[in-house]
Ligand binder design. Structure first.
Ligand SMILES: Cc1ncc(COP(=O)(O)O)c(C=O)c1O
Length: 388
């Protein structure tokens, strides 16, 4: 196959930090509130604006609270786990790297005795019917490293006794989150809206607040995780009075992403953009003689972290280490050509490719990159991709 002539205008397909919104330049940050206190009236107003615009775009119910917290999505998830777990047993779902991290946090770091890990290998979802909703349930909406997502929230009991705690970082702004089936949700700024990494968002439903006010964890909570004062929720945190100092440059960028999202039509438009990117890849996979989705069930295929694996006999016959090397060569070739950046599978995932399809990625760029994948795979198969 000859080299495609058209490159994507924007070859950025990283799964985090993700591509900036179309048209973004540094001038988007010119009005940033810099060199001033985030606790001044105007500083707090910017932080509150992030919270209010986020709630509006995501359609969050009025009785939910939303906070900006330190340390990106990891910070938000760990803040939640450290604060609410331990009051009852926990079912922890894991089907890729991040879910497994949360299992290990609960069992090895918090040393919870009553934890059931409900797991599945890369490419599949665990059996969701095994979940016991009398227990707390921790799960990832979209497994970023396998490209497997839960298809919807129907499996989450409305009358649950435990809390539904959801790491939603690669799902928020690209998938519809059913707020009535969740109690805690987290995400970061660096994903679907293409913001700067730094801060996490922690969303709490009324039942999670009830838990925070009635349960004192047996382990010490670092200041960074403290959401209550004298047994009551510290409401200021949910109005932009952050626990510690945030980056106002990142805040400005988060606002830029949110305003863009609102300008193009809000959540329905964001979801439609991601789904269109997935549909373009699905059409191409359907006609491909070498590429397949890592996610086996079409219902579970992510529209953000779209993971692919070679399926042809030539690749299957390679030793595992050679398979990994081959995909590394392919990813390096695509980067050298300026056709696609950061499209390697996650280091702990099976060898393959991962292309981000979230809202900031243009469909035209997704269409343009697909012939490059065919070309680059042909090059590695023919042994022409090695640089040295
Ligand atoms: C599902 C999931 N959870 C957690 C994280 C960690 O996020 P962060 O690096 O923003 O803390 C990621 C990052 O890709 C993720 O995809």
């Amino acid at each position: 196959m000859s080299k495609p002539s058209r490159r994507p205008n924007n070859p950025r397909f990283s799964s985090g930090p993700c591509a900036k919104r179309p048209g973004w330049t540094l001038s988007a940050l010119e009005g940033a509130f810099l060199g001033r206190s985030h606790r001044s009236g105007a500083g707090k107003a910017r932080l509150a604006e992030v919270i209010e615009r986020s709630k509006a775009v995501l359609g969050m119910p009025a009785d939910w609270r939303l906070a900006i917290v330190p340390a990106s999505d990891t910070g938000a998830v760990e803040l939640a786990l450290w604060s609410v777990l331990g009051a009852r047993g926990a079912d922890m779902l894991a089907w890729e790297s991040f879910g497994k991290t949360w299992v290990s946090d609960a069992t090895k770091a918090l040393k919870l005795k009553d934890v059931r890990a409900i797991e599945a290998p890369y490419g599949r979802l665990p059996d969701l019917s095994r979940v016991d909703w009398a227990r707390d349930v921790v799960f990832t909406w979209n497994g970023t490293t396998s490209g497997v997502r839960v298809p919807n929230g129907d499996w989450i009991a409305r009358d649950r006794g435990g809390l539904a705690i959801c790491d939603a970082t690669s799902a928020a702004y690209a998938m519809h989150l059913p707020w009535d089936r969740l109690d805690v949700a987290t995400w970061s700024w660096q994903k679907v809206l293409g913001g700067e990494a730094a801060h996490g968002m922690l969303a709490l439903g009324p039942r999670a607040v009830e838990r925070l006010e009635s349960h004192t964890p047996p382990w010490p909570l670092p200041k960074l995780f403290r959401l209550t004062k004298d047994g009551k929720l510290d409401e200021g945190i949910f109005r932009g009075e952050t626990i510690n100092t945030p980056s106002m440059l990142c805040v400005e960028d988060a606002l830029d992403g949110l305003k863009w999202a609102q300008g193009i039509g809000g959540l329905p438009a964001l979801v439609a953009r991601a789904e269109a990117n997935l549909a373009a890849i699905a059409k191409w996979v359907g006609a491909s003689d070498w590429a397949a989705f890592l996610a086996e069930d079409p219902q579970t295929r992510s529209c953000t972290s779209i993971c692919l694996k070679p399926k042809d006999a030539w690749f299957a016959a390679l030793a595992p280490a050679v398979q990994a090397e081959t995909m590394k060569d392919m990813v390096a070739l695509l980067a050298r050509e300026g056709a696609a950046l950061d499209v390697g599978a996650y280091r702990a995932a099976p060898p393959g490719l991962r292309l981000w399809g979230g809202a900031t990625v243009e469909l035209d760029d997704m269409d343009a990159v697909l012939p490059w994948l065919d070309w680059a795979y042909g090059e590695v198969r023919a042994g022409r991709a090695k640089t040295a």
